[in-house]
Design a binder for this molecule. Structure first.
Ligand code: NAD
Length: 509
């Protein structure tokens, strides 16, 4: 049993918690630690430390800040296996998948290593007679990052590398379900030479979140989580004068047109539907099969689904079989979540959807008390069913059959979410039309999980994102800085301004 406590000013702090939350290993069901739930006083203490540190860090040279970024990148790359092990032990995703999320986070660190170029402003000489104008982007001060359980390393890394490189101090409030990754990252920053207080971790629940949303010392909030909480965070933090980007839930549709490569489509549906046990905001949860390929596609997906190995995703023990083969899919994050997802399968069956592959009685290679649920495939799902309407966030893939491209697009666009979608086709014209027609932020063409690379920005539309700024890329740089424009006149003896009183509005000439 370990106690997981806050990290502030470069050291662990227990503070005066309102309580402690159990942290479990989902593959065994055993409690492995407990995490401190911050009181308001703890939050105030952490935010104050960040505010103090932000002053020195915001004026540290770009050269020095960049050196720290490179050092962090090197350390993280060298030791990512350790971090992946921590993620698997608390989240449950298999080790290779945890390594994958770290490598996508590393991309953002690498992007932020180029911060000097990204922060360059503009300069206009002689904008008006004897007048020059230049612009610059300066750090905000303290920024709060509130992250979900499903990517304990990658999601915080969508934000903090850019926030820190740009000269801000960070308070990260990770999910209480898998909090240890954040502390490991904090210690790594210290090793990389980041001054104490620039990266802090505040553990907790609503009390900690509310403190960040309302503190006058916090300038911006980056949130990722479920839609109701994203909406609450957006409204509350905006009301308290902060800039906010709040990324919410999803229901991602993969449309398969009749001319698609069905083997590629079936592989992609299985990978994107069941990878990380469906606990990805970019997971495919609805497959839209356009007539007449439905029967053939469902058969190919079902065949592949039945071959998946469900088990402990950790290294050693039960984590790998004698041949060293890792499980394809791990357990769900908590017992409560497993039971919720399982009850969705009951409800889909009761509503008349056809259960093609049933994950409820899965034989998993792992602890008896693990939160196991196998991959489940539904066919003949209709838009009125709960399993279609709700974000299940588990290994449940629903196939909806439609008669035409237009029907498929109408379905995608009628959905309240607009995070990701994909089209599978060999027709370039149809793909191009799809890209224009759908009201979704991230689109894949024969790519089922179209998470943009770090130098583009990640974000959905509709109820998948509140605010107007997406994560990372140049939008991220914009989010974590604010602009200044300076208009300058220097007295040049050869070209003195006329002077004199002139109360009219300044003109350009
Ligand atoms: P969640 O909304 O339960 O929790 C997210 C964060 O909010 C956590 O840090 C949690 O402690 C905090 N929180 C929870 N309840 C709160 C409350 N009442 N008041 C204030 N703060 C609260 O989400 P989760 O279950 O951890 O993560 C899964 C969800 O995140 C899914 O809906 C998924 O789609 C979404 N998600 C979205 C994206 C995206 O990019 N759009 C990425 C990853 C996850």
């Amino acid at each position: 049993m370990t106690d997981i406590v806050h990290w502030v000013d470069g050291a662990a702090l227990t503070g005066s918690p309102t309580g402690w939350a159990d942290v479990t290993n989902p593959a065994t069901g055993r409690v492995t630690g407990r995490v401190a739930l911050a009181s308001e006083a703890d939050a105030t203490h952490v935010i104050a430390a960040a505010a103090r540190a932000s002053r020195g860090w915001g004026t540290t040279s770009l050269a020095r800040r960049t050196q720290v970024m490179f050092a962090f990148r090197e350390l993280l790359n060298a030791r990512k296996d350790e971090l992946a092990t921590i993620i698997t032990a608390e989240h449950g995703k298999v080790h290779s998948d945890a390594m994958g999320e770290i490598s996508r986070g590393l991309e953002v660190v690498e992007f932020a290593c180029g911060i000097s170029h990204l922060l360059k402003g503009g300069h206009s000489e002689e904008a008006s007679t004897g007048i020059d104008v230049h612009s610059k982007r300066v750090p905000l001060g303290v920024v709060g990052i509130i992250s979900p359980f499903n990517f304990p390393a990658m999601v915080p890394m969508w934000f903090f590398p850019i926030a820190i490189a740009a000269g801000n101090a960070v308070v990260l409030k990770p999910s209480e379900k898998d909090p240890s990754a954040a502390n490991w990252i904090a210690a790594l920053w210290q090793e990389a030479g980041l001054p104490d207080g620039v990266f802090n971790v505040l553990h907790g629940d609503k009390t900690a979140v509310d403190a960040l949303l309302t503190s006058p010392d916090v300038q911006a909030i980056s949130f990722v989580g479920s839609t109701p909480i994203a909406e609450y965070v957006y409204e509350t933090a905006s009301r308290h004068g902060k800039r906010v980007q709040a990324l919410g839930g999803a229901k991602n549709h993969m449309v398969v047109l009749p001319d698609a490569d069905l083997d590629l489509a079936a592989d992609s549906a299985v990978n994107a539907g069941y990878g990380s046990a469906g606990e990805r905001c970019m997971a495919i949860s609805v497959l839209v099969a356009v007539d007449p390929i439905g029967d053939e596609l469902v058969a190919r997906i079902a065949d592949r689904t039945r071959t998946l190995l469900i088990g402990d995703g950790g290294r050693g023990a039960t984590g790998e079989d004698a041949s060293g083969k890792e499980a394809d899919m791990g357990p769900l994050v908590t017992k409560a979540h497993r039971d919720r997802v399982s009850s969705f399968i009951d409800s889909g069956e009761a509503a008349g959807a056809k259960v093609v592959v049933d994950g409820r009685d899965v034989a998993a290679r792992g602890g008896e008390g693990g939160f196991w649920l196998g991959p489940t495939l539904f066919d003949d799902v209709t838009p009125d069913m709960d399993i279609y309407r709700e974000e299940i966030f588990g290994p449940v893939l629903s196939v909806v059959r439609v008669g035409s491209y237009d029907e498929a697009v109408a379905l995608v666009n009628a959905n309240e979410y607009g995070n990701g979608t994909a089209v599978f086709t060999n027709d370039g014209g149809a793909a191009r039309r799809f890209e224009a027609d759908v009201t979704v932020g991230m689109i894949g063409v024969n790519v089922p999980v179209p998470v943009p690379v770090a130098y583009y920005s990640f974000g959905g539309w509709k109820r998948s994102l509140f605010g107007d700024t997406h994560a990372h890329g140049t939008e991220g740089v914009h989010f974590f800085t604010r602009g200044k424009v300076v208009t300058t006149r220097w007295i040049d003896p050869a070209n003195r301004p006329e002077g004199g009183l002139e109360l009219g509005f300044p003109r350009n000439d």
